[in-house]
Design a protein around this ligand. Structure first.
Ligand code: ATP
Length: 310
């Protein structure tokens, strides 16, 4: 069983408009409301790939209940921890080929809730072999909270994939409790190193030799349509992917994480793990819905991936 952790989930609302009129009333009948957040994208993709998965995180109020109902309706196992404040909405307005987003920062998590979640998380540990942390930390959550959770996993020898960014990722890398794997894109890698890393292979390899990455077994640097650069222990691989018909690449990083988790939990080889992760990323980019793959197209893409040790 893979446990996905989404501390700041959302109900994602998407409104389609022919035209967005500023400072006026905009009406639409084209509305979709889904359970969102990076960790829930990972969860859905794992479920679609037939990998056993359970989702956790904080849930509050009606919107928290909506997320649970959505997951239950899809028969996705979940065990969210209740909080006092309301789970957030994230709104995307699709208009004239543009996507205008309004992202709520989300609920404030109290000290009691933080401690309560740790106990809840520890109980869930009994039935899982791999943990995935995705996304940002809601207000009230200390920046080293992921590290505290990783410490529990490391103590139980349960590997962790951490896909976060900014201060949460920087803090994670500064602590002694390292995740087993991380998946920064090039922007996130540049942000944590404090300089712009280009797609030049030597430059990316040098960037990953920084001491802050010591102790992390896997680093997937995802490069969108250009595939990825992967560091596994002291080996580096450039992953070249075929050209595909891209529909919506948002969430491809989350699908990549799901691919890694799925292959890793099935004891696949290093090359198979790398190929599966990239294939899942591509499969997501080929679908309209964020965090969604058509597993029937897996084989066709998988065999076109070329991996070069660099
Ligand atoms: P997000 O934050 O939206 O989840 P990301 O920036 O973390 O995405 P990307 O680097 O965009 O992640 O994509 C992850 C993987 O998905 C890539 O390594 C690649 O395998 C696949 N992918 C993404 N975009 C494309 C694309 N336009 N064409 C082909 N494959 C893609």
């Amino acid at each position: 069983m893979i446990l996905t952790v989404t501390l700041n989930p959302s109900v994602d609302i998407s409104y389609k408009l022919n035209q967005l009129e500023i400072d006026n009333v905009n009406r639409t009948s084209s509305v979709s409301k889904t359970a969102g957040g990076k960790g829930l994208n990972v969860t859905r993709v794992l479920f679609q790939a037939n990998s056993p998965v359970i989702a956790t995180g904080f849930k509050g109020g009606y919107l928290g209940a909506f997320i649970e109902d959505e997951l239950n309706a899809s028969q996705i196992k979940n065990s969210f921890y209740p909080i006092k404040e309301e789970t957030r909405n994230c709104i995307a307005v699709l208009h004239e080929g543009n996507q205008t987003e309004i992202l709520e920062s989300g609920p404030y998590i109290s000290t009691d809730e933080l401690q309560g979640f740790i106990k809840h998380f520890e109980k869930l540990m009994d039935e899982v072999q791999l943990v995935v942390f995705s996304g940002s930390l809601p207000a009230g959550v200390p920046v080293n909270y992921y590290s505290d959770l990783i410490k529990i996993c490391n103590h139980k020898s349960i590997p962790v994939i951490a896909d976060t960014s900014g201060i949460a990722l920087t803090t994670l890398l500064e602590q002694s409790n390292k995740p087993y794997a991380i998946k920064p894109n090039l922007d996130e890698l540049s942000q944590i190193l404090g300089y712009t890393v280009s797609e030049d292979i030597t430059e990316m390899k040098n960037a990953l030799k920084h001491e802050m990455f010591n102790g992390i077994q896997w680093i997937f640097v995802s490069l969108g349509a250009n595939g990825s650069l992967v560091k596994h222990d002291d080996e580096y691989y450039k992953v070249n992917i075929p050209k595909i018909g891209v529909v919506n690449p948002v969430g491809s990083g989350d699908a990549t994480v799901a691919g890694f988790a799925s292959a890793y939990s099935k004891d696949k080889s290093v090359i198979e793990i790398i190929k599966t992760a990239n294939t899942f990323g591509m499969l997501n980019a080929m679908e309209q819905q964020t965090g969604c793959i058509n597993i029937d197209k897996f084989e066709g893409l998988y065999k076109q991936i070329k991996i070069i040790e660099v």
